[in-house]
Design a binder for this molecule. Structure first.
Ligand code: CP
Ligand code: NVA
Length: 314
């Protein structure tokens, strides 16, 4: 790993992604065998959360702890950011005491600003535009279940949001075909999609958009969805509920997929909206594996970024 920060999946080369997966598999195996990998004695991670979280907080906090390091939670009301201290000054101060910072926030520019002024690695724990740690963990989960990524087709059914943006960046770099269905008016960011399509062309993978969920999921190996109303969009909830009618993942939609399809959701799920109970709790669902793998994959990301340039013995 050469780069300091991890802000978007596109920051990684294909080789970097593979390195994260290999490292995550080793760290996970050691943890499960009762002989945890603990290279982080005396190292600390600051975790700044400007939005709510269950998985991201617990996976980073416990992951850092398992690595032998110290995680520090800094909630939205806890720092001087709230009272107007600049991101740049916060970065300068935290760089003198911590070994890495994870930030979950609204504006993607804020995570870029933090990275620019930090001497230590900055990891994006979700912004309005990207959720890169989620997609790294999800691709690792697919690899565990399907033993490969190349040549498989993932169908996204839902909003053109932060999670989809990270998929658009990650899928072509790992050989996954990506078919996306979203209602008109809820398209992903134009620039991210255009760049994704360029990479897909170069890597010889498919990247297709449609407004028809059935067309997207036809013969898909993986189906993925996320909430229709992301954090920060609560005022739009009612209009979104109407716009996304017909975009629910239910057993009827699963009839159109490959027989051994796996169903994924980054969680939290709004059961009964974007996905039904029978599907989340059904035999095709791998959502709990996804959640657990957040921890294993993020441990690898922390190790590879904080100890970059050092020889690792995992
Ligand atoms: N998937 C995910 O990031 O969950 P949290 O919002 O609970 O962290
Ligand atoms: N798109 C969702 C993802 C939550 C993990 C949101 O931003 O709220």
């Amino acid at each position: 790993m050469k780069i300091k920060d991890f802000l978007t999946v596109a920051d990684y080369t294909k080789e970097d992604i593979k390195e994260v997966f290999d490292c995550a598999a080793k760290i996970k195996a050691r943890q499960k065998s009762g002989n945890p990998y603990t290279p982080f004695k005396g190292k600390s991670l600051g975790m700044i959360f400007q939005k709510s979280s269950t998985r991201t907080r617990v996976s980073f906090e416990i992951g850092m702890n398992q690595l032998g390091g110290y995680p520090m939670f800094l909630g939205a009301n806890d720092t001087q950011l709230k009272r107007g201290e600049t991101i740049a000054d916060t970065a300068r101060v935290l760089s003198r005491m911590l070994d890495a910072i994870m930030l979950r926030t609204y504006d993607h520019k804020d995570v870029e600003e933090l990275a620019k002024y930090s001497a230590i690695p900055v990891i994006n724990g979700l912004t309005d535009m990207h959720h890169p740690c989620q997609i790294m963990a999800d691709m690792f989960t697919i690899l565990e279940h399907k033993k490969k990524l190349e040549g498989l087709t993932i169908a996204w059914v839902g909003d053109g949001n932060n999670v989809l943006h990270s998929w658009i960046e990650g899928a072509p770099l790992t050989g996954l075909n990506l078919k996306m269905a979203f209602p008109k008016g809820y398209e992903p960011d134009k620039k991210i999609l255009a760049r994704g399509k360029e990479i897909a062309k170069k890597e010889n993978t498919e990247m297709i958009t449609t407004n028809d969920p059935i067309e997207a999921v036809k013969n898909a190996d993986i189906i993925y969805t996320d909430v229709w109303t992301s954090m920060g969009q609560d005022a739009e909830k009612e209009e979104r509920l109407k716009a996304f009618e017909g975009f629910q993942i239910n057993s009827e939609l699963l009839k159109h997929t490959a027989k051994d399809v796996i169903v994924m959701h980054c969680l939290p799920a709004h059961r009964g909206e974007e996905i039904t109970d029978e599907v989340v709790d059904g035999q095709h669902s791998v959502v709990w594996d996804q959640a657990e793998n957040r921890m294993h994959v993020q441990k690898a990301i922390l190790v590879l970024h904080i100890l970059r340039g050092q020889k690792l013995d995992i």
